[in-house]
Write a protein that binds this ligand. Structure first.
Ligand code: GDP
Length: 198
């Protein structure tokens, strides 16, 4: 998929609404619980080892990071949620930034909600999906770390996610299964995202 073999560059980091870059490109945002494998997935998607920083320190990313792919599609690395050690104040800042971003971004085409295949959908994921429903933002579930699952376990995990999805109006009905470790499903994900590029 040529879009994903072209250079992808970091263009901006935004910790406040005022510092968000202008919306010149269609955007795909990625989010999930801290440690879900988001940075690894972004790096696998664009074929660069260290574009998004994988962190040994879960919850370290507190800003929205914008990466421009082939000058045609913006990938937005959103700060993870569900990290136990954040203060109330930090949580409040996260809520405000994320909610305003989701509600006020006309070029946001889709949010990929990453779910660790071993853990399934947890309460924090459900809450975030409800926020997306309320914001009328189209989103799709992506299961990560699928290399750690047997085929039957993965089928069960997908099945459980499908059931949870039926309660959410803005969710895309397909769930994508991936592994950054062995590249499983990465091409499928690229194929799903390519039509959004202009
Ligand atoms: P982030 O905090 O969501 O950005 O997650 P990272 O990409 O930093 O990954 C968190 C941890 O999960 C790291 O220890 C990674 O090595 C591991 N990890 C990420 N992707 C995969 C995967 O596809 N398979 C496996 N087995 N481990 C993964």
């Amino acid at each position: 998929m040529s879009l994903f073999t072209r250079p992808c560059e970091f263009v901006a980091g935004a910790a406040t609404l005022a510092s968000l870059p202008e919306f010149n490109h269609p955007e795909i945002a990625l989010i999930g619980r801290s440690n879900v494998g988001k940075s690894s997935l972004i790096n696998a998607l664009v074929g660069q080892k260290a574009l998004a920083r994988t962190s040994q320190n879960p919850g370290a990313t507190k800003q929205l990071n914008f990466f421009l792919l082939a000058e045609r599609l913006m990938l937005v690395d959103m700060p993870g949620y569900g990290y136990a050690k954040v203060s109330k104040q930090e949580k409040g800042q996260w809520d405000r930034l994320i909610t305003s971003y989701l509600k006020g971004r006309p070029n946001l085409k889709r949010v990929l909600v990453l779910i660790d295949s071993r853990r399934g959908i947890l309460e924090v994921d459900e809450s975030f999906m409800t926020l997306l429903d309320d914001s009328a933002v189209s989103y799709q579930l992506v299961l990560t770390k699928c290399d750690t699952m047997k085929t039957s376990e993965l089928e069960q995990a997908k099945h459980d996610c499908m059931r949870a999805l039926s309660r959410h109006v803005a969710a895309h009905p397909d769930i994508i299964t991936t592994s950054a470790a062995n590249q499983f499903g990465i091409e499928t994900l690229q194929e799903q995202l390519a039509p959004f590029a202009v």
